[in-house]
Ligand binder design. Structure first.
Ligand code: GAR
Length: 266
């Protein structure tokens, strides 16, 4: 039996996925425990749920940081180890931004992410789960958490069958597109937007009677079992990220890091 894993969680909203993970730990379906829940806003209802379970919580108020950075930048200082050029080079999410917008994006995120790292420091963790965390994490944060190359440890759950519909409204985008199947995806975070290696996916049919709300509800119900399952694989040491190379018919080389789930528990 592996040692129980320590799970950190970041949320922005109701925290129903966090709830599902906490319940799975309590029921012994995941060999682990949640060691903190952090949020990007003080109004996240999931914070109160976590506190009731005795989980330490904290908030890094992104909106406040962004507002202050724009109106009174002298009040905030960039982290000493922040290298804007290096982050911009690695950052695939913000590449469409340039000049002042890019400066504000990277500056505010670096300040917020340094604060996240400081708040997480008292709670060592093996896995960080994003459970409805609605902020893009930049390479500044990712590199400070993923310190072991080839062993990523930030997971995200996304409300669509990636690589379709990345972004902030996966179920809405799926429904509006007229898809006949919707789904959710658990993946590791990389520098791009919802683009990291896929760990698990679930799907569900979308019929004529479905509405955006029923699609969201069907999806969430899938998420509540998919996320604990993927975390269980991690806790059992069964997740391996491997680099694969394919030569396409036109001679092009396609390379991608993919997740393999070992059949046996290590
Ligand atoms: C979930 O549907 C999750 O997939 C989505 O936010 C919701 C959070 O619900 N995440 C994203 O869109 C991330 N880009 P919850 O707070 O009840 O767990």
């Amino acid at each position: 039996m592996e040692k129980p894993i320590r799970i950190g969680a970041l949320i922005s909203g109701s925290g129903s996925n966090l709830d599902a993970v906490v319940s799975a730990c309590e029921a012994g379906r995941i060999n682990g425990r949640v060691v903190f829940a952090g949020a990007d806003n003080p109004g996240a209802p999931g914070l109160e749920k976590a506190r009731k379970k005795g989980i330490p919580t904290f908030v890094v108020n992104y909106s406040d940081i962004i507002r202050t950075f724009k109106s009174d930048p002298g009040r905030l200082s960039l982290p000493a180890d922040f290298d804007a050029e290096e982050i911009a080079r690695k950052q695939a999410v913000a590449n469409h931004q340039t000049g002042e917008r890019l400066r504000v994006f990277l500056g505010t995120r670096a300040i917020a992410e340094a604060a996240l790292i400081e708040q997480m420091a008292p709670y060592p963790f093996d896995l960080l789960i994003l459970a409805g965390f609605m902020r893009n994490l930049t390479p500044y944060f990712i590199d400070r958490v993923n310190t072991d190359p080839g062993r990523p440890k930030i997971m995200n759950i996304h409300p669509a069958l990636l690589p379709a519909f990345p972004g902030t409204d996966g179920y809405g985008d799926t429904f509006r597109y007229g898809c006949k199947v919707g789904g959710c995806t658990v993946h590791f975070i990389d520098y791009g937007e919802d683009s990291g290696p896929v760990i698990g996916q679930r799907c569900f049919p979308i019929g004529e009677d479905d509405t955006i709300d029923s699609v969201r509800q069907k999806g969430l119900e899938q998420e509540w079992s998919l996320y604990p399952e993927c975390i269980r694989y991690f806790a059992e040491g069964r997740i391996h990220v491997v680099r694969q190379t394919h030569t396409l018919k036109n001679g092009r080389i396609y390379r991608r890091s993919v997740v393999k789930i070992a059949r046996d528990i290590h």
